[in-house]
Design a binder for this molecule. Sequence first.
Ligand SMILES: [Zn+2]
Length: 411
Amino acid sequence: MNPACSACSTSLAPRGINLGYLPVSHDLLLEPSVDPHSHRRIPFHLVQCPRCALVQTFEAPSANDLIPRANWVSFTEPSLHLEDFAQAVLSILPPTKTSMIGGISSKDDSLLKILAASSQASTWRIDPTVDTGFTGNSAGVSWLQETFDQSLANRLRAKHGKSDILVARHFLEHVPHIPRIVQEMISLLKPGGHLVLEVPDCEQGLLVGDDSILWEEHHLCFTAATLTRSLRLAGLKILWSKSYQFPNETCLAVIATPASPTALTDTPPSPAEFDSFSTFAAGFPDRCRTIRHLLVTWRKHGAIAIYGAGHHTNTFLHAHKITDLIDFVVDDNPQKTGKFIPGTGIRVLNSDSLRHPEVSLCLSSLGFSAEQRVVSASTAFTNAGGAFYSIFPKNNRSPFRWLAGSTLTPP
Ligand SMILES: [Zn+2]
């Protein structure tokens, strides 16, 4: 039996982009190995629900396959927009000294801190060990995606009472069943309470053919339309939403309040929502061919590196099947240097490696802020003729600006 859509429970068909298995990006190897048993792998087949248009992986990955094994693994979420997002929360729902604001994971700490500093409200956040007994690496939300159930909600209500606001940043894109999770979150709210949510916004990525929206940890790829529809089906009404766009990532922030669930017939998808995914999926083989062609051409001029030993590099290499064309990965995290990208013989070296005169091209998979810092610190490399480009099609520094038209010339 085919899996059911995570928003509307319609049976899914295995049509879309099938990448086979993607290695878990933080399972860096001590030795080079292409052996599929040397690291964990996630089946990754991106499909679209034929009824509600939500783009999702055919199978939801299990938490067991994703929880970081190493204690040094951490995750960084975009933060440049948080002051603005906090102001939106405070203008719609000004907390008082009797207000309670909850959060669910460490990804919520930064917004909780701003909200607490700007109001008289008290805050709380789920403690993985105390509240759930989890003793592994609780970075990210993999540990929580199957743990957030009625029993945990009961314990949280007994401990903190009901809250005026519950914050959940970058969590919904991981969950296997949206209505169930939303109902548990609603059960933590006082009457008239609000959920403050944020997910990656994949709308632009689907439109411009940006494969960096693919990540083995993300089961769901939301657009503004599919997020709104998914939340309405789950029993929420959106009061405010905003898409925060950065060159390398886009976030969709919403403030929502409980309402009667809407029927799918009252919120049908537009034909454009289906066209967008069909075009993205149909263009994938061409993108793979073009990237390979570009890298083969560039490699005649020297070695090619990628900056950043994180999930964007992992997906870029494995989804496009170009592990044979990259000479090394650059990362100054001492926990990563010397190790190997899973499923490859590609070693992670520190940034001194860019001084080698044979390196002609360095692609960046970093977030925008980190990329700015690294580009500024790499003038010796660029002054010596090295090219520093981005893998993100929306970035001005990218050679993969498919729709904007790029000058596809070697560095
Ligand atoms: Zn659906």
